[in-house]
Design a protein around this ligand. Structure first.
Ligand SMILES: *[C@@H]1O[C@H](CO)[C@@H](O)[C@H](O)[C@H]1NC(C)=O
Ligand SMILES: *[C@@H]1O[C@H](CO)[C@@H](O)[C@H](O)[C@H]1NC(C)=O
Ligand SMILES: *[C@@H]1O[C@H](CO)[C@@H](O)[C@H](O)[C@H]1NC(C)=O
Ligand SMILES: *[C@@H]1O[C@H](CO)[C@@H](O)[C@H](O)[C@H]1NC(C)=O
Length: 366
């Protein structure tokens, strides 16, 4: 009896004295280290190559800090991906400027999703917390897909797919990279700031979500900052696009909704203090005829309260491009559209139809 009591008290003492088992540092230097490392709330990632046809998947404990300490490569093979996936709540993910290299040159054929099977998306971000200073290079197809369970801040990310601007031996003279979206967002309470995207498709594409802030980012060479395409039963609300630079892109700012979509809305989108230069097709394009461009619009998506009304947004487009075009369906564009801080120059006056009165925008080049 005595010894049993001693044993019990020793056991209780031991339990109280040791730190929580998760207060450890897990280290990942190969995929086989992952399952043990994610039992710890600090996870260090060294440089390694993820074997082809496997996802580097981190399913983290709440409150984990991740430190990336070296470059991550992925084996090349045609498969559907994703290459990387992180899940967890209140995560602090620190990239420290290290890169995740998707090996795009192996896959690119100028056809994106219509060509050979490519790992897509490359980086699936299903966490909340902060995700900072990660460089992603050479995405085979789409780069970041964001579907966060609670508030997420992405800071200092770089997506560099600029090598995909050039043709390769599979792309028939076209740019080899295609459908290489920078950030695809489907989540609420997302901030993306101080980031850069050099690519061949949307810099940002908001597919659904509320309370989204895109601030102080640089977009080069792609399709610009987009909302959509919006399909049925989808809400996008309260989006702020602030202090961004969009350079050499097809369009600077676009909202596109599917012609056949129903029961959806896009509301409260504010653009302030942005600049865009050398847009090749449009400065601003709001179009309800997707997949056509300026085709016959549908009206099953309500677009309301689209503003360029705080700090000046200045757009310049090439000579044959349109500065701003809006193709709304009957009665589906509503609310207050105050564009008094939008200045456009360089190209043609676009067609604007079925909108409420647009306040303050003069189509004359300044
Ligand atoms: C995959 O191929 C690309 C393009 O050739 C190359 O840059 C990358 O290093 C390759 N990845 C690995 C792990 O070998
Ligand atoms: C709109 O989103 C911003 C983040 O950009 C947030 O701070 C603000 O509270 C949101 N407004 C409403 C009414 O939810
Ligand atoms: C949308 O904008 C209107 C008008 O500016 C404002 O009254 C409303 O609070 C906003 N709602 C959200 C959810 O941001
Ligand atoms: C304008 O953008 C196009 C790509 O759309 C690019 O080829 C061209 O070099 C750019 N011009 C300048 C002056 O940067």
């Amino acid at each position: 009896m005595f010894s049993l009591l001693v044993l019990i008290s020793l056991f209780t003492f031991a339990k109280a004295a040791v730190p929580r088992a998760t207060d450890c540092v897990g280290t990942i230097s190969s995929l086989s280290d992952v399952s043990a490392a994610v039992q710890c709330t600090t996870v260090n990632i060294n440089s390694f190559t993820v074997p082809a046809r496997q996802t580097f998947r981190l399913d983290l404990l709440q409150g984990t800090t991740v430190n990336v300490l070296g470059e991550i490569l992925f084996g090349n093979t045609s498969w559907k991906g994703p290459l990387f996936q992180v899940t967890g709540q209140d995560i602090e993910f620190k990239g420290n400027g290290h890169s995740f290299d998707g090996g795009g040159g192996y896959y690119w054929d100028g056809l994106g999703g219509k060509g050979s099977t490519k790992p897509c998306p490359m980086m699936r971000i299903d966490m909340s917390g902060t995700f900072s200073d990660v460089h992603v290079i050479n995405c085979p197809e789409r780069c970041f897909a964001i579907n966060n369970p609670a508030p997420l801040v992405i800071n200092g990310a770089v997506v560099d797919n600029s090598q995909g601007d050039y043709p390769n031996d599979k792309s028939n003279g076209r740019p080899a990279g295609h459908n290489t979206d920078g950030f695809d967002v489907s989540g609420n309470d997302v901030v993306i700031r101080n980031s850069a995207v050099l690519n061949q498709d949307d810099c940002l594409a908001i597919n659904k979500g509320k309370n989204i802030l895109f601030q102080n980012n640089y977009c080069h060479g792609g399709h610009g900052v987009s909302i959509g395409s919006i399909s049925s039963n989808t809400v996008v609300e309260n989006v702020s696009i602030l202090d961004n630079k969009v350079v050499n892109s097809v369009t600077a700012f676009r909202i596109k909704t599917d012609k056949t979509a129903t029961n959806s809305r896009v509301s409260n989108v504010t653009y302030s203090d942005n600049t865009a230069t050398n847009c090749s097709s449009y400065g601003v394009l709001i179009d309800q005829s997707y997949p056509a461009t300026e085709g016959t619009p549908g009206n099953g998506v309500i677009i309301s309260d689209i503003s360029f009304n705080q700090g000046a947004t200045e757009l310049s487009v090439v000579q044959d491009a349109q500065m701003a075009a809006v193709n709304c369906g009957k009665d589906s564009c509503t609310g207050t559209w105050d564009w008094s801080s939008l200045k456009t120059s360089g190209g043609k006056i676009g067609k604007i139809q079925n909108t409420p009165t647009i306040i303050g925008y003069t189509t004359n080049p300044y």
